[in-house]
Write a protein that binds this ligand. Structure first.
Ligand SMILES: Nc1nc2c(ncn2[C@@H]2O[C@H](COP(=O)(O)OP(=O)(O)OP(=O)(O)O)[C@@H](O)[C@H]2O)c(=O)[nH]1
Ligand SMILES: [Mg+2]
Length: 361
């Protein structure tokens, strides 16, 4: 009963209750709120506002790579490394390539571990399902999880479509996973993912040592080409004064299955995080991504306010646009200007809107 009431929360009391449950990392509540974010449900906004005031502490790692490279095997291993140190971890699987097994397998693997029940949250997200775009939904989901106290957020995404490019905008560390024999070095080059990867990890070294070494070598060379950073060493680079100036993507071999090299990978991710913090890139980044979300939110809000006030006019314009008697872009421009003029004249003639008081106090 209580849950049903919370799902439809609208009053201030319910909102506080909802925020408290999310902050207590109540798994079912969080999962339900993610669905509401995916569905573009505006009633989740007060919660997002509340969570946003507490966010800014989570570190976000994106794991991308072609199907079968071992992302779903690596992700739980990484999650456990942080969770075992008491850091609550959230895993988001974006578009698991095999909807039947991808997400489910990962979920099962996590459920198999004792830690999973307390400290690791798992959820899959589909780009098709997100109204208003995956990147936007992901931003809000990350913000909520961050505010709820998840210190590490891992995002698994298949590196074949556009989803991985939106991931690199949201993830602080982008990890490109590959494996010998998949032949995706070339594909990675072409898609441009190599240029935005912060580290390139060759998985399945246990199954094919020689192949893994050869793949790593090719990738090292391709990376130097892609980033035109021939003089840099892998990892953190410093200037003569010891100031950390650049990060050059390291290439490492691991076995997600046996765990070989995973501890070193955890150290590497922490090194990259340290670099982002020391060079203040993380701070700048967080600011920028908040500004981007503000800009998007502003566009949405302006449209919503306009539609609320001028529903009839909007219908008329839409019909004219559909019939071809008005150009869509010109109609948009003129409607926006008409909306602003109307707002201004209301203010100057002492209209009913609060704006008038706001601007004078
Ligand atoms: N030998 C070996 N096999 C591995 C390793 N990591 C993953 N695998 C196997 O590779 C297969 C694919 O692994 P997944 O973790 O499902 O790969 P994925 O990248 O998540 O694949 P999608 O979700 O389909 O994109 C599974 O059969 C794994 O058991 C490894 O380190 N060594
Ligand atoms: Mg997977």
């Amino acid at each position: 009963m209580k849950d049903a009431r919370i799902t439809q929360a609208s009053g201030p009391e319910d909102q506080a209750d909802l925020a408290a449950r999310v902050s207590a990392r109540h798994v079912r509540t969080i999962s339900r709120c993610i669905s509401r974010i995916e569905n573009g449900d505006p009633s989740v906004q007060p919660l997002l506002n509340a969570m946003s005031t507490r966010s800014g502490n989570a570190f976000v790692v994106g794991i991308t790579g072609v199907p079968g490279s071992g992302k779903s095997t690596l992700v739980p291993a990484l999650a456990r490394a942080w969770a075992s140190k008491g850091v609550p971890v959230a895993i988001l699987a974006v578009d698991p390539s095999s909807p039947l097994t991808g997400g489910a397998i990962l979920g099962d693997r996590i459920r198999d571990t004792a830690l999973g029940e307390t400290n690791i949250f798992f959820r899959s997200l589909g780009s098709r399902g997100s109204k208003g775009g995956l990147a936007r939904a992901l931003f809000d989901v990350i913000e909520m999880l961050d505010g709820a106290g998840y210190g590490l957020i891992l995002i698994e995404t298949v590196g074949t479509g556009q989803s991985e490019t939106s991931i690199t905008k949201l993830a602080h560390t982008t990890l490109l996973l590959t494996a010998p024999g998949l032949g995706d070095e070339v594909q990675a080059m072409k898609s441009g993912i190599l240029e935005v990867a912060d580290m390139v990890i060759v998985n399945k070294a246990d199954a094919d040592q020689t192949g893994a070494a050869a793949t790593a070598l090719t990738l090292r060379q391709s990376l130097a080409e892609a980033t035109r950073a021939h003089g840099l060493k892998e990892g953190i680079n410093t200037d003569p004064d010891g100031v950390q100036t650049a990060w050059h993507p390291p290439v490492r071999k691991i076995s997600a299955l046996s765990g070989e090299g995973v501890r070193e990978l955890v150290d590497l991710i922490n090194q990259h995080r340290g670099f982002l913090e020391n060079s203040r890139k993380l701070l700048v980044w967080r600011g920028q991504s908040r500004i981007e979300r503000f800009d998007e939110g502003m566009r949405d809000a302006l449209f919503r306010v306009f539609a609320e006030r001028n529903g009839d006019m909007l219908d008329t314009i839409r019909r004219a646009v559909a019939e071809g008697s008005l150009s869509p872009l010109r109609a948009a421009e003129e409607a926006a200007r008409a909306g602003i003029r109307e707002q201004n004249s209301e203010v100057s003639t002492g209209g009913r809107h609060e704006t008038q008081n706001d601007t004078r106090t």
